[in-house]
Design a protein around this ligand. Structure first.
Ligand code: COS
Length: 378
């Protein structure tokens, strides 16, 4: 039995993604407006084949490759969190269409999201329905053969700038998860409005308002009243990759802390000679490696078509462990580097703000524990 390792092909892919990120994407990130959708960045990802790698083919039965998604997110995160986030949001917004859209929806949107010409977004959360997603209230009122959407979505990544949204709306009142339908809504639909939200770490995120947005039967993804499952299956794929993002950030923080403590003179030697420092670095590295393996095993289970309950449990474990690990590692790195790390513009200052949100979005750590706990006692 050998230790787990990426295949040679995967290692080459990671090196390729890093090189693309350094040479091609970072300059486009720098030219963009912080906290807003960077369309040139998405197009560059399309040109360099990263989006196509995420959605390899509609004919595989699985419209996405989880391991490739995780490797890309981890590699991009070590270079540019902005590039990483742009890839991830495009994936999250597009996946429900590719998973459940009819042929017309897929034919219309797939080429544009893979080339990076269309920006996609996933609209589930509401002001009063975050962790309890089945409590969502955005109303789909029957209107002829379709519906009119009324209500609000909150903390929606890529909103209000996206070109295409998957919107989860209530088609049957008081039915919780069994009364939710997923709709495709174009960004320029009449009655759709929104505004940007300002977070501690700049992020393209916003609020959406729906005042009688018309959707018809052709816009339904999957089946009426069965949309909640589409949201959950989407999160099953993306949660391990949130873990991969977190691990990429944690690795970047560890690398920074190692480089600094190896050369920083103190107490007649360098900082890393201090046992308190070297043991802290050891804990950081060990926890990163453990989390990384959980992420890869969750992604591997998804790609291998494991039992759905196992995919869900591994996905929750990977996200929970990796995002909590990343918080610990980034905080520890700040502590080791000291006051310099607090200065605006220092890579650790950026990571310290950036690492916080993944413990909340796509299911807070508490929700991941609920999912894991239920799977153990079901
Ligand atoms: N895959 C497929 N179907 C799933 C599923 C999954 N992973 N998880 C749940 N479902 C289905 C269930 O099978 C059930 O279907 P039936 O009614 O047909 O039996 C339905 O969805 C409801 O499931 P459940 O009863 O478990 O729903 P709960 O309201 O108790 O809780 C949690 C579900 C807490 C897991 C869910 O609300 C959740 O993930 N919350 C966090 C939401 C989130 O991540 N928000 C962030 C938005 S994106 S930034």
């Amino acid at each position: 039995m050998t230790a787990f390792a990426l295949t040679e092909g995967q290692q080459q892919f990671v090196a390729h993604v890093r090189a693309v990120a350094v040479d091609e994407l970072r300059p486009v990130v720098d030219a963009g407006e912080e906290g807003h959708v960077n369309r040139e960045l998405l197009k560059a990802m399309g040109t360099h084949g990263l989006l196509a790698r995420l959605f390899p083919s509609a004919s595989t039965g699985r419209p996405a490759a989880a391991m490739d998604l995780c490797l890309m997110r981890e590699a991009l995160a070590t270079v540019s969190t902005e590039a990483e986030t742009a890839l991830a949001l495009q994936g999250l917004g597009s996946y429900p269409f590719l998973l459940s859209g009819n042929d017309a929806v897929i034919d219309t949107w797939r080429p544009a999201v893979v080339s990076g010409d269309a920006v996609a977004a996933f609209a589930l959360s509401e002001p009063d329905a975050g962790s309890d997603a089945a409590a969502l209230q955005l109303e789909a009122r029957p209107d002829g053969d379709g519906w009119l959407l009324h209500g609000e979505k909150m903390w929606i990544s890529n909103a209000p700038e996206a070109d295409i949204y998957v919107v989860f709306a209530r088609t049957t009142p008081d039915a919780r998860a069994r009364g939710v339908t997923a709709f495709a809504v174009a960004g320029d639909a009449a009655g759709l409005g929104g505004e940007h939200l300002d977070l501690i770490s700049p992020h393209p995120v916003g609020r959406l308002t729906f005042e009688g947005v018309r959707v018809g039967p052709a816009d339904v993804l999957g089946e009426v009243d069965r949309g909640f499952t589409i949201a959950m299956r989407t999160l099953d794929l993306f949660r391990p990759s949130v873990g991969a993002f977190a691990i990429g950030m944690a690795q970047a923080a560890l690398d920074t802390a190692i480089a600094y403590t190896k050369q920083r003179k103190a107490f007649g030697g360098v900082l890393s000679d201090q046992q308190a420092v070297s043991h802290k670095l050891a804990d950081m590295a060990t926890r990163i490696e453990a989390s990384r393996l959980l992420v890869y095993s969750a992604a591997g289970a998804y790609d291998a078509g494991a039992d759905p309950a196992e995919i869900t449990r591994r996905s929750a474990m990977a996200k929970l462990d990796a995002t909590e690990t990343a918080q610990f590692v980034v905080d520890a790195a700040v502590q080791l580097v000291g006051a310099r790390a607090l200065q605006r513009g220092h890579p650790l200052e950026h990571l310290y703000r950036e690492v916080r949100a993944p413990r909340i979005y796509e299911g807070a750590s508490e929700i991941q524990r609920t999912i894991i706990g239920r799977s153990l006692t079901r």
